[in-house]
Ligand binder design. Structure first.
Ligand SMILES: *Cc1c(COP(=O)(O)O)cnc(C)c1O
Length: 397
């Protein structure tokens, strides 16, 4: 029996590699601060659970393939409040998280040998969905010195060829925390429009932008109305990762009707989860203000403590809940293993995410790492001290 070459080109998460080391460290009594996790620690709004508890129907039926009407209306209302009042529920498809939204979108856009332009470093699961579609990533190189921004239109344009089908961006960025400026977004919208490419905008961290004006969505550029496909989710916005509810939003009706084939094929997104998710969208601006303030405070602390470590290269990230940086070590992979096997600061150590897993270009990211600030502020302070001590001890070993 043979497996498909497509699935064999996919990889298991590089993070699982460190789990056995972490288990062994915990068994020895070490406390590990998990700066490696992307799981938000903020409480899910009670509205979700209340809505699920209040669900009262004799049969738990399939939902419509495009989504539960209350959920679609809730998402639609949210986009209206962002100013996209022309969008209707017909521009939205409910999906099993942003993950399935990505999977469906890649299935619709890519075929064997097609290319998709993605700034690197990027969210590793993109590779799985792209590879399963037969597509190939054409990375836009970025640097820690420039805060992982990609503002150079010529550089991106030079990556386009006859096999290019789309540009995909994450904004705010995971793993980089970079938030594109309006000018950068406009450049991408113009480029996609002029070159006839889809522009897939993964905006699952939309609310988590800490500086300056309210972040724009790629939906804001009318010139690219037909090009833009937004990937959305309640996972990060409402700290509801287990709900598995996301959405595809687009003004391109041809694309939506192709995507609907996938939605019908998988029948529906979980009915109860959509009921809960619809209720989440009743959270008002004070909910986001409080959550944002908490993350902003942690971002500031993590960043200020990180750049005090001699040799670290990091530009202040503007959003999401991650920092990506060049660390003064030969290899963040080796450093991570050493931190779990040989290091202890009064019984404490930290986990980070080594950078290589976010790159498709071999050899890149070797001395970079992603830090997630999804732990309590006082624990974060301790974790950053432990990290600084760890780096020093590692280089003096
Ligand atoms: C978390 C995440 C997603 C999707 O998560 P879901 O839980 O499936 O909604 C998509 N893109 C990025 C960049 C993420 O970090």
């Amino acid at each position: 029996m043979k497996f498909s070459p497509k699935i064999q080109r996919c990889e298991l998460s590089p993070m699982r590699k460190y789990a056995p080391y972490a288990d062994a460290a915990r068994a020895r009594g070490l406390r590990i601060f998990p700066l490696n996790l992307g799981q938000p620690d903020i409480a899910t709004p009670k509205a979700f659970f209340d809505a699920v508890k209040g669900f009262d129907a004799p049969v738990l039926e399939y939902a419509p393939s495009d989504g539960v009407p209350a959920y679609l209306q809730a998402v639609c209302g949210y986009y209206h409040r962002l100013g996209h009042t022309d969008l209707g529920t017909g521009n939205i498809l409910a999906t099993n998280g942003g993950s399935e939204a990505l999977w469906i979108t890649m299935s619709c856009l890519l075929s064997d040998g097609d290319e998709i332009i993605v700034p690197e470093p990027y969210y590793p699961n993109y590779s799985t969905f792209i590879t399963l579609s037969g597509g190939v990533v054409r990375p836009i190189p970025t640097t820690p010195e420039e805060g992982y921004h990609y503002a150079d239109r010529k550089k991106i344009e030079s990556l386009i060829n006859e096999r290019t089908r789309a540009i995909m961006i994450t904004n705010p960025g995971n793993p980089t925390g970079a938030v594109l400026t309006r000018a950068e977004m406009k450049m991408l919208a113009g480029l996609a429009h002029e070159r006839g490419l889809f522009l897939v905008a993964d905006e699952v961290y939309r609310e988590f932008s800490y500086d300056g004006e309210q972040l724009a969505s790629m939906l804001e550029f009318p010139e690219a109305a037909e090009n833009v496909i937004v990937i959305d989710s309640v996972s990060k916005r409402f700290s509801a990762c287990g709900a598995r509810v996301g959405a595809i939003i687009s003004r391109n009706t041809e694309f939506l009707s192709e995507a609907m084939k996938c939605c019908q094929g998988r029948l529906c997104t979980a009915t109860l989860d959509q009921v809960g998710a619809a209720a989440l969208y009743n959270e008002g601006p004070e909910y986001f203000a409080a959550v944002k303030e908490e993350y902003r405070r942690r971002r500031d602390t993590a960043y200020e403590m990180l750049v005090q470590i001699p040799g670290v290269v990091c530009r202040k990230p503007e959003g999401a809940f991650y920092l990506m940086a060049k660390l003064p070590v030969d290899s963040t992979d080796k450093f991570q293993v050493w931190m779990l096997e040989h290091f202890s600061a009064s019984g404490d150590t930290v986990m980070i995410t080594p950078g290589e897993g976010f790159y498709t270009t071999p050899g890149k990211g070797v001395n970079e790492a992603r830090l997630a600030y999804v732990i309590q502020h006082d624990e974060l302070v301790r974790a950053m001290r432990v990290l600084a001590e760890g780096i020093e001890a590692y280089n003096n070993r």
